[in-house]
Design a protein around this ligand. Sequence first.
Ligand code: GTR
Length: 356
Amino acid sequence: MCIKINEILAERHLPLLLRTSDGGPLKKEGFEAYRAELLSLLAQEVYGTAPAAPAEVRVSEQKCRPKEFAGKATVRELTLSFDTERGEFSFPVTEVRPNGVPKKCPMFVVLNFRPDIPDKYLPMEEILDAGCGVLRIYYNDVALDGDDGFAGGIAAMYDRERYTWGKLRMWAFAASRALDYLLKTDYVDRKRIAVAGHSRLGKTALLAAAFDTRFSLACVNNSGCSGAALSRGKEGERVRDITKRFPYWFCENYKKYADHEADMPFDQHFLIAAVAPRRVAVGAALEDIWADTDAQYLACCAASPAFELLGKKGFIHPDRLPQPGDFFSAGQITFHLREGTHFFSRADWHCYLSLI
Ligand code: GTR
């Protein structure tokens, strides 16, 4: 028997998207205000509140290698700095941009687990051959991925009483500061700046694009729980698992939904919807049971109406669950499912490179 997607979604009893405060349907004109409400709800309950963007981001160059990757690219080691409540905060980034590209190049702000370039998650030559550049952030340079009591990195630069942000939001904040810098250069295509990450950094990429409308595309790889996967009815990792193992990724409030997903006044399709009308690319892997492939696909289905309200194609997909080899890329939400395990693979990159 073939079960329809709408029937599967109905069984998850998701909070309704696109409702006004009195429960009526939202109109296109009301979307911006509604989007702000979505973001404030998600900040309040999941990711925490964050400081406003600093007035300016300063850049200093540490090293420049103009002929890397067989002469195809210029690689620069940079330091980005900005003022915070407690003085200046700086973090290093690496910029790789293609040489000899006559027009401005599209860029990926890539949050990664290691500072290396290339890296097993970052096939640099293939990205360059597609005419794209990368601004790489090593996430531990911004805030340690561990329980440091929020005493180090960017966490220590702001009053914890004022801002409840967890580490995901801190890494996303850094992605926006990298974007501040890129927008000041004259070689970047301002309309084609993506934010990309895998797993916990896939959650971060989605969060960054939801909060910052200057990103044109979010590449959300194998993000799973608290990323692009619906929490209601989810297999593998649940809110209880993630808040127990990684409490510092979130704000305190999120813990109350451990084993109480049905009480959440939101689900993860709200986060995808907050990127509308821009593009969200969700990548899943067949053996990544912990992230739950179907839950990520269903979140795309459930978020689609937000994009449609704004006159865009939302998520264009057949009326079935995904199969390996699927890549649905006709709308603003795209989804692919590849064979294999939890990994940021070249196959994933090839999808994202076709979308930027
Ligand atoms: C897991 C975590 C996932 C995912 C992953 C990763 O242990 O439970 O949510 O973020 O780590 O980032 O590799």
